[in-house]
Design a protein. Structure first.
Length: 277
């Protein structure tokens, strides 16, 4: 565990705002929903003791990429959501985490945003990782998400979405203050993970909470390295390759100051590059 957050303030907008955020990283037990739920709840409780107001869980945290039983795990999602929502309310915390969602005869890779017990919205992963066959088992979403919460305006993306910068610029232009990114990002692509996350923070001048898993799932080795990044792309906290609650404080005045210093939003030329094909 990293630094303890002593204070946090949120009065709306950017003024007088500091936020304590966490990435909850753990080794997902493939197919074992109850065991993973216990791990997630324990991680949230430990984070709450550090005054965390926003916590992000890994991708597919309830069961991992257990494709053979994906439909069954999706049927468990309402129960899992109820349990996490209850703990979110008890802890006074915003929780973002990815679960399999069954809807209209399809299964989606869906991140849920829960604010102190209330399910505010959901984001269905846009980009399917065809290299690993994700597109054969899961359906893509068709909308982006920026949502106002008690922790600020959150933009949500999932794992492979990280490789598509257009998505992040769209969320930034829609007022996202923090990007929440659950992931299952395996070796040997850890440098891609670190570089892409820092680039998304730098180019959009916003905060990032990226929660990866760790450990072995069948043939995949997950390296952890969950990250909390500043609006400059600086690493505020970085996990190793074992279970951890990674904690850092985001300072919104620093974000404002940096945006005033390097005026990327004002200097854009959309009239030239327009809508990308």
């Amino acid at each position: 565990m990293q630094s303890y957050c002593k204070t946090l303030f949120y009065k709306g907008g950017f003024m007088d705002k500091r936020l304590c955020a966490a990435a909850v990283q753990f080794n997902i037990a493939l197919g074992d929903v109850d065991r993973n739920l216990s791990k997630a709840v324990a991680g949230l409780e430990r984070a709450a003791k550090q005054n965390v107001q926003l916590a992000v869980l890994p991708e597919m945290w309830s069961a991992g990429y257990d494709y053979k039983r994906l439909s069954k795990h999706a049927e468990e999602t309402p129960r899992v959501l109820d349990a996490i929502s209850a703990r979110s309310a008890q802890l006074g915390m915003v929780v973002v985490g990815r679960l399999p969602e069954k809807a209209d005869g399809l299964i989606y890779n869906t991140a849920y945003v829960i604010d102190r017990g209330e399910l505010l919205d959901r984001y269905r992963k846009l980009h399917m990782f065809s290299t690993m066959g994700e597109d054969r088992f899961l359906s893509p979403g068709n909308r982006t998400l920026v949502v106002s919460t008690s922790a600020g305006r959150l933009g949500v993306a999932i794992c492979y979405d990280l490789r598509f910068p257009e998505l992040f610029r769209k969320m930034a232009l829609e007022g996202a203050e923090i990007i929440c990114l659950p992931a299952e990002w395996p070796r040997p692509r850890q440098e891609h993970w670190r570089t892409l996350l820092r680039a998304r923070a730098m180019e959009n001048q916003l905060f990032v909470v990226a929660a990866n898993c760790c450990g072995i799932q069948v043939k995949l080795d997950f390296f952890g390295m969950s990250l909390l990044l500043s609006e400059r792309g600086e690493v505020l906290a970085e996990a190793g390759d074992t279970d951890a609650e990674l904690v850092a404080t985001f300072d919104y005045q620093e974000m404002l100051d940096y945006r005033a210093q390097i005026r990327c939003y004002d200097d854009r030329r959309p009239e030239v590059y327009g809508k990308l094909p």
